[in-house]
Design a protein around this ligand. Structure first.
Ligand code: URA
Length: 424
């Protein structure tokens, strides 16, 4: 087998065999295939695509490239939740304790922020003392003791994805459905869960900008799940504005706690309820309606909130010591009208500039900074009325840059629906 023949085959729109795909992944990891050869193949895949079988084989070769977590020591169905990434997305912090409070096993490995979107691990580290770097035995013990655990991904989980993702990022080959689907699913398969619920974001703050491409990605991931004997459910949800009102690590933890206390914004609370109900229905093998009743009950009686507090204590965190910046700028609208659009990715970038995200892997995050939106799409705002608060740390940000993210018009064109459809 040789890499040039394989590249040519894909250039000519032919299908690659399982052996050829494994040869490529193994060779790239062992450095016998170079970056320029891999770039060329990735571009051919971007242009000519891959069929279901090739995509499943690519995922298979990738997920076996490093550690594979064995969760068989946990009794019962293991459910994982994944989000394709969005601005202000703190859903995991609400969903995990919620499903665990209903008796569903929730072992979760999470990542750090990527680009303008934040990561669950960075948010949790806003809580002083909270440690996320736990070994697999402690992780399993924790799940067996309190029903859930949230850890950062181990160093050697899917090294093939780490290497290929970094190359895609700089070769214009990120936007390819088979490459995205295999990248996400290889990490999910290696994390060991048997059911995976994916919150697939669609909109200007997400990788998938339109519903058609989101559908294709959803079907590709469901098919990969079928080929590997895992149940995959994709819930397509809106990312044309931030989720909830808060963006920034400590601010998002606070907002998640508000939701668990029935006092959070409607959009994020509703999304958390839907995702949790799907997870509970699969985890306990009951109908969606029954699961939904349990979820609502455990929000109301605060069992989910107490589960969150149990998680924080178990992993060493002290919530009372979590800080948000006390330098707060109230940004006022210069116009009167309805908010009809929000540049979600730019708001995410602004929080990164404030110090709430990283430009380089080694950057230290300022957990206390961020934005809290006072107005969202469909809201009416008057000239001089507050539209957003900026929580500032040591780095400045231009107020006009924040203001320009909000489009204000006299006509309310709100056709926004948060939960669009489900693919399973
Ligand atoms: N998230 C991933 O993990 N991989 C991709 O390719 C895109 C989003």
């Amino acid at each position: 087998m040789n890499i040039v023949e394989i590249i040519n085959k894909k250039r000519l729109k032919k299908h690659l065999t399982k052996e050829e795909i494994k040869f490529v992944i193994d060779g790239y990891i062992n450095n016998t295939i170079t970056d320029y050869q891999m770039s060329s193949l990735l571009m051919a895949i971007c242009i000519n695509g891959m069929n279901k079988e090739e995509t499943a084989n690519l995922t298979d070769a990738m997920y076996r490239s490093g550690d594979v977590i064995d969760l068989s020591r946990l009794n019962g169905r293991k459910i994982d939740k994944h989000s394709t990434g969005g601005v202000g997305d703190k859903t995991t912090l609400i969903v995990l304790p919620l499903v665990a409070s209903c008796g569903v096993i929730a072992p979760k490995m999470s990542g750090r922020g990527l680009g303008f979107t934040g990561g669950t691990i960075d948010k949790l580290e806003a809580i002083p003392g909270f440690h996320t770097n736990i070994n697999i035995d402690s992780f399993i013990n924790e799940v067996n003791t309190i029903g859930l655990a949230l850890a950062s991904q181990t160093g050697n989980l899917v090294p093939a994805d780490k290497k290929i993702y970094a190359l895609r990022d700089v070769t214009g080959t990120v936007e390819s459905i088979p490459l995205i689907a295999s990248s996400i699913m290889s990490k999910k398969l290696a994390s060991g869960a048997d059911t995976i619920v994916i919150d697939l974001k669609v909109g200007n703050g997400a990788l998938m900008k339109d519903i058609e491409s989101a559908r294709k990605l959803g079907h590709a991931m469901v098919d990969i799940g079928k080929a590997h004997n895992r149940k995959v459910v994709c819930v397509l949800t809106d990312m044309n504005q931030p989720l909830g009102n808060a963006i920034g690590n400590a601010l998002e933890v606070k907002e998640a706690i508000d939701c668990l206390n029935n006092n959070g914004p409607d959009d994020i609370t509703n999304l958390a309820i839907v995702l949790s109900s799907v997870m509970v229905s699969y985890g306990l093998n009951i109908s969606f309606e029954k699961a939904n009743d349990m979820v609502l009950e455990n929000l109301k009686n605060k069992k989910a909130y107490h589960k969150f507090i149990e998680l924080v204590k178990y992993q060493g965190g002290t919530l009372e010591e979590m800080k948000v910046s006390d330098t707060v700028i109230s940004v006022k609208s210069k116009e009167t009208g309805f908010v009809t659009a929000i540049e979600t990715d730019t708001l995410g970038e602004i929080v990164r500039k404030l110090g709430g995200g990283r430009y380089q892997k080694e950057d230290k995050i300022d957990h206390s900074v961020g934005l809290v939106l006072s107005k969202k799409i469909g809201d009416y705002v008057m000239e001089d009325e507050e539209i957003v608060k900026i929580y500032v740390g040591s780095k400045d940000v231009a107020i006009d840059e924040v203001l320009n993210c909000f489009k204000i018009e006299m006509l309310n064109k709100n056709e926004h629906n948060l939960i669009k459809e489900m693919i399973r």
